[in-house]
Design a protein. Structure first.
Length: 317
């Protein structure tokens, strides 16, 4: 039976291994995508998601997350939630609510507390040291404070044909208190329809949300385009339009999978992603923008992987 999953960034690899095992054993798409995201959220060396995520300008880690069921369109989201280990699980529980399914700030944190989710101080010593270093760089070198905004976004296809999508991020490093990006916003950071497929985004939320690109990719797949065609045709023309009308465009990277397990990617930066299906074991690939609205996809090298591991574990000077 067909199953599959695709997710943003190298950091999704270990979570994808868990999700793949669940999907192979006929688990639900929702359980698989939640397990994938939770693995990323719990790892302290991924600085843009979950425990050890980079804080806002006040030194507070505020998470954004979302979950969507492709069978029912049920959605749940949290934004600027604090002290919650697994924001994605809170978002999934909220998806069961018809009303009040998108909670922010104190309301989201209170909901997590009252419903028994694991609460903890999300600011690790390592993340705090990185934040303090950035404050000095801003003061002494007048650097742009905003650095790092990688979202883990994943789509899963179960053997039953059901699909789900979820996202999680600590958002823009040094962001203003209460800032929210695209990740918890339906149609921008994520979208899924089990009769068609799903998509998820990562990059600069303020610009991604201007295009509702996750929904646009799913819409195009519904009209018969392959996931790769839908990604290319949705992302690259919009980036040009944004540059023309707004004057600039931040980083855009989107992944998609249809209900056949076929997948696609589009990006305007160097972008790693992970994919696994019943036909191919989990692999990490590198995408780059190509010519004429196309995407170049290549295998990752061991040299790159070794450098990545060294970089995320190196001491904060």
């Amino acid at each position: 039976m067909t199953w599959g999953t695709i997710a943003t960034w190298r950091m999704a690899a270990e979570g994808m291994d868990k999700a793949s095992q669940l999907l192979e054993n006929n688990s639900s798409a929702g359980d698989a995508v939640e397990a994938l995201i939770k693995e990323v959220e719990a790892y302290p060396f991924y600085k843009s998601v979950g425990y050890g995520g980079l804080p806002n300008e006040e030194g507070v880690v505020q998470m954004d997350a979302a979950f969507m069921d492709g069978d029912t369109f049920a959605q749940g989201s949290v934004a600027a939630i604090e002290n919650t280990l697994h924001a994605v699980s809170v978002a999934r529980k909220l998806s069961q609510e018809h009303y009040n399914s998108f909670r922010v700030g104190e309301g989201a944190t209170k909901y997590a507390t009252l419903n028994g989710f694991e609460m903890t101080n999300m600011l690790t010593d390592r993340a705090k040291a990185r934040w303090q270093k950035r404050l000095k760089e801003i003061e002494q070198e007048h650097l742009n404070p905003y650095d790092g905004h990688d979202t883990v976004g994943a789509i899963t296809l179960a053997q039953s044909g059901s699909m789900a999508v979820a996202t999680s991020t600590s958002g823009l490093f040094m962001k203003k208190q209460g800032r929210i990006g695209d990740s918890p916003l339906s149609g921008s950071g994520f979208y899924v329809d089990s009769e068609i497929g799903g998509a998820a985004a990562t990059g600069l939320g303020e610009d991604i949300m201007k295009g509702c690109l996750s929904y646009e990719i799913v819409r195009r797949m519904g009209e018969g385009e392959s996931p790769q065609e839908a990604c290319d045709h949705a992302v690259y023309p919009f980036i040009r339009k944004l540059k023309k009308h707004y004057g600039k465009a931040g980083e855009f990277s989107l992944v998609a999978m249809n209900n056949k397990g076929e997948w696609g990617v589009a990006t305007n930066v160097e972008f790693t992603f992970c994919v696994a299906t019943n036909k191919e074991p989990r692999k990490i690939l590198m995408a780059n923008p190509g010519e004429n609205d196309t995407t170049i996809i290549e295998p990752i090298t061991q040299e790159w992987l070794d450098a990545y591991e060294k970089r995320i574990h190196e001491p904060i000077n």
